[in-house]
Design a protein around this ligand. Structure first.
Ligand code: HEC
Length: 158
């Protein structure tokens, strides 16, 4: 019995070591990748800080990777969340969204933040959740930012 558990341990260790060689691609965008989004939606300095601290890691190309992003299988798990998050909403490709899509994404954002669904729970365990005041500021900003797209949509449908 002892011998078997030793083999299992060595097997697991080997798998773990091999896993380290498979490294998921990382985002390497800097501040420039969020410039268009911020110029367009005009967040205040406080809101920029909230987005940077709580959202951009998964919803922009500007991801701050923690040390465990170097360690498989956490690296896979992280890459998966980021890829999934960006697939739904990526501020670094904001200019490629239509006015309708921008408005819709901000509408989703309002819902997600209001219901406490964003940031993801797995993220808030380590990073902490939004404070009440931060939620309020995000909601105010997104509501205002939506107005310009609604206006654009009305003009284009005339
Ligand atoms: C750990 C990664 C992560 C963080 C941090 C995060 N999100 Fe998300 N977000 C996701 C994933 C994954 C999805 C898609 C899955 C889902 O709908 O639950 C998503 C979905 C969304 C959507 C829905 C888009 C759509 O079209 O359905 C919005 C809007 C959003 N997030 C906004 C935010 C905001 C605002 C923050 C910061 C307050 C934030 N997220 C923080 C990963 C993240």
């Amino acid at each position: 019995m002892k011998k078997i558990s030793k083999y299992i341990f060595i097997l697991l260790l080997t798998v773990f070591v091999i896993m380290q060689c498979i490294r998921p691609d990382k985002n390497s965008g800097g501040y420039e990748s969020v410039v268009v989004f911020e110029a367009d939606t005009k967040p205040s300095v406080e809101v920029v800080a909230i987005l940077k601290e709580n959202c951009y890691d998964c919803h922009s190309n500007q991801t701050r990777y923690p040390w465990y992003a170097e360690v498989a299988p956490f690296s896979y798990w992280l890459a998966n969340h980021i890829e999934h998050g960006q697939g739904h909403f990526n501020v670094s490709v904001w200019e490629s969204y239509s006015a309708k899509k921008k408005d819709h994404k901000l509408e989703e954002l309002l819902e997600m933040v209001e219901e406490g669904e964003m940031p993801l729970d797995s993220y808030t365990w380590l990073h902490g959740d939004l404070k009440e005041q931060e939620v309020k500021l995000l909601l105010q900003w997104a509501t205002l930012a939506r107005l310009q797209y609604v206006k654009e949509l009305k003009l284009s449908s005339k």
